[in-house]
Design a protein around this ligand. Sequence first.
Ligand code: B12
Length: 438
Amino acid sequence: MKLRIALINPWIYDFAAVNLWSRPLGLLRVAEYLSQFDIDLSLIDCMDMFNNKNYGKGKYPKVMIDKPACIRGVPRNFGRYGISVDDFRDTLIKNSPFDMVFMTSIMSYWYPGVRKAVEVIRSVSNVSNVSNDMPIVLGGIYATLWHRHASEKSGADFIYKGHISDNIKFVLNTFGFRIKKRNPKTPYHRLSLYKYYPFAPVLTSAGCPYKCAYCSSNLLNKGFTQRDPQKVIDEIKELYDIGVRDFVFYDDALLVNSDSHIKIILKEVMKQAPDMRFRCPNGLHARSIDDELAYLMKGSGFRTLRLGLETVDTGRQIQTGGKVSSEELINAVDILKRRGFTRNNIGVYLMYGLPGQSFQEVKGGVEFLKSLDVSIYLAEFSPIPGTECWSELISKGIISNDIDPLLTNNTVFSYLFSGYDIDELEKIKLDVKGYNNS
Ligand code: B12
């Protein structure tokens, strides 16, 4: 009998959730890995709200829920985003029986979504042919960064740390399943996991050459590696042939070593398909942008660009990793505008609530970005265990190591721990909104 595995992307639990071309790429890579074995795979993506007409942006349905005790004081509505619990349960029953569940996890502070999905799976097993003791393996970013918390609180049977690899065979062995490689890997879009592919996430590299104090890229990846550009081109072409026109880069460092990497990819794209659209919701390194790259980005159909500045304070720029200076940002914006990008396309991320960062500094950043005539995206700092910022917060006694991950939610953390005057913060957010719409 073929092994049957349910792949699950659980719900988001948050105060707000913006659907910015999100698909659980990690879980899709797991599917590709498993496609080498003789396994039946089914996907239940609680966040799949896409039909063929929407281009990957839109609102997720939200159901209000009671706030867990530790975040009760935050004056915002908390909720579960995604498909209904009934739909999840029905789909699970309809597609069962399964031998195992492979569940992913993305933001750590969405762990109540993982717990809820585990709870529903366990409850279903009593009323259907879903096996009572079906093992649930949890992997992904929360499972990796908060391994102990996930072991204690998620309810899953096995917490898998890191990227998918042959190690998973040992995990399967412990549950009594033996698998042997039979096929080459099949790309996820050929596995009939989704009905629609209105857009596609693309990852051209893993990790990042910088080591920013607030970022966990180095904890999630060993070093920085870039894929062979030709392989990326082939993947994009194949997705194009099934109708995908919107491509979303999930890289941490897309533009690094541009001459031998992204420029090669974009040159090919420009030759082959003039109707593609590229999105970069994740911050790009301004330092890597030169005139040729800006020309290629414009010509190949880049629409949404987000550059990471994070802070205008020179000292903090250096201290947090030195990935960019204000001068480099000015230069990049200038180059991009000369090649036809406008304020609508160019957004710049500015962080607030970093340890030790004054509100004045944030205000200074906003004024600086207004002077560059770019869109401004305020991003709340969210602490991650294992990073330098985390150690700083611990040593200053602001947080403790056993903090509930819910308190690291970007909304909560800035509200409770930044020390900013909340009215002033709301004012600056409104000011930025007004400016972006002007
Ligand atoms: C793309 C991206 C986004 C995208 C969307 C991501 C999505 N799918 O929803 C956008 C730009 C919207 C985004 C936004 C934000 N992001 Co983000 N994002 C990323 C990024 C760069 C890549 C994630 C990814 O797809 N990786 C690629 C896949 C292939 O890797 P993977 O998921 O880890 O999967 C592998 C393994 O984990 C494992 N695996 C995964 N699942 C499973 C399951 C099983 C069973 C097994 C065995 C294995 C396994 O195998 C996979 C393949 O090897 C990560 C950084 C990173 N390097 O991962 C940050 C990251 C996830 N984001 C982060 C943050 C903080 C944010 C923001 C809060 C930033 C802000 N202040 O605004 C917002 C929040 C948005 C929101 N509320 O929705 C943090 C999360 C930290 C945390 N606390 O959990 C990260 C880690 C970056 C960081 N700063 O360190 N993000």
